[in-house]
Design a binder for this molecule. Structure first.
Ligand SMILES: NC(=O)c1ccc[n+]([C@@H]2O[C@H](COP(=O)([O-])OP(=O)(O)OC[C@H]3O[C@@H](n4cnc5c(N)ncnc54)[C@H](O)[C@@H]3O)[C@@H](O)[C@H]2O)c1
Length: 325
């Protein structure tokens, strides 16, 4: 299949492109490089630098490249920033998404895989989280993703535009070529590894008195290659129906456990510093992956935390300045 990947120069998008190519699909990356890196794009992919707001360019690319399906990953995704600047989030994650849908309708492209997030659930009480858990985002980022997910249902009903919405939990790890290079970096594992590499003195632990066994937050970390594989599988559903799936492993690790594992994997001491809780951070977020395993036969191969951290560590050691030479 020939697939347009919006955000394909980003952390997860670049690995999704790799996996698409590996499975014999063709990929066209559409990215404005606001956060992504040209060097992250697989050389075999076609790259179009452009913004999702540019409907004319999107329409032209969809038509000229004879795109059959879209994987829509481009977004703004910093929770704290979304609280301070909600407009930016509704504009980039909702309005720009609708622009993309307009271009898809105009060119008859009716298959979409969408990068959604566990943030649509807010702070659920029942673990693991199934797809029918209450939807109650606690920040504009999660709200913008949920709003887009919700409108997809009406595009399906009215225009037969089929979609698979993948609600990712915490993406982590690296492939051989592609890793995490965000500025600012808000994710735990790359920040822990910055300390291990001697780039930062310590890593902040936001809240040490949560109702968890060691008092720190628990998250479901999913290897970016397993995450990417799910997108390739999702493409096959789009002939038949629309679906929503959670993407995580069904088990979680606390911040303290991640730090300890990173000490073991890297062999370096990693200092931590207690910091206040971040607003809206739920104590525990663990996915139930039962539905995607059952329906799509998704079979994760990299679920061990030490493997995840080791892959990220290898990438960061090979790229001490990220994608910059
Ligand atoms: N990283 C995670 O753990 C996680 C968890 C849940 C959901 N997600 C979602 O997965 C997707 C990818 O996340 P990521 O961590 O790879 O983010 P990222 O910031 O590394 O990648 C996003 C890419 O989209 C591009 N982009 C943003 N706005 C654009 C626009 N208007 N036009 C064109 N390109 C644009 C950026 O340049 C970047 O390359 C996002 O939609 C995010 O919300 C990520």
């Amino acid at each position: 299949m020939k697939v347009l990947v919006t955000g394909g120069a980003g952390y997860i998008g670049s690995v999704v492109v790799e996996q698409l190519l590996k499975h014999g699909h063709a990929a066209v990356v559409f990215d404005n490089l606001s956060k992504g890196h040209a060097a992250a794009i697989a050389p075999e992919a076609v790259f179009v630098q452009g913004d999702l707001c540019d409907r004319e360019l999107l329409t032209r690319v969809l038509a000229e490249q004879q795109i059959e399906a879209v994987i829509h990953m481009a977004a703004s995704s910093l929770v704290g920033e979304s609280v301070k600047q909600p407009h930016l989030y509704f504009e980039n994650n909702l309005v720009a998404g609708v622009t993309l849908l307009g271009a898809m309708l105009e060119t008859g492209v009716k298959k979409l895989v969408f990068s959604s997030t566990a943030a649509v659930y807010g702070a659920p009480e029942t673990m693991p989280i199934t797809e029918d858990a209450p939807l109650a985002p606690t920040n504009p980022y999660g709200e913008s993703k949920l709003a887009f997910e919700r409108l997809l249902r009406w595009y399906d009903e009215a225009y037969s535009l089929r979609y698979v919405s993948l609600r990712y939990f915490n993406a982590a790890g690296a492939s051989e070529r592609c890793g995490e290079d965000h500025a600012p970096e808000t994710h735990l594992i790359p920040n822990v590894l910055r300390v291990a590499a001697g780039k930062d003195e310590y890593v902040n632990v936001f809240g040490e008195n949560y109702p968890t066994p060691d008092g720190t937050c628990i998250r479901d970390y999913i290897h970016v290659i397993d995450l990417a594989d799910a997108h390739v599988l999702a493409l096959h559903v789009l002939d038949k129906r629309s679906e929503i799936y959670n993407l995580g492993y069904g088990s979680g690790y606390s911040v303290a456990e991640v730090v300890e594992m990173a000490r073991q994997v890297t062999g370096n001491w990693i200092s931590t510093e207690a910091a206040p809780r971040r607003a809206g951070d739920p104590p525990v977020l663990i996915a139930s992956p039962d539905k995607i395993m059952r329906d799509l036969g998704w079979n994760p191969r990299h679920s061990e935390l030490d493997q995840i951290i080791a892959s990220a560590w290898r990438w960061h050691q090979a790229h001490p300045n990220g994608y910059e030479k």
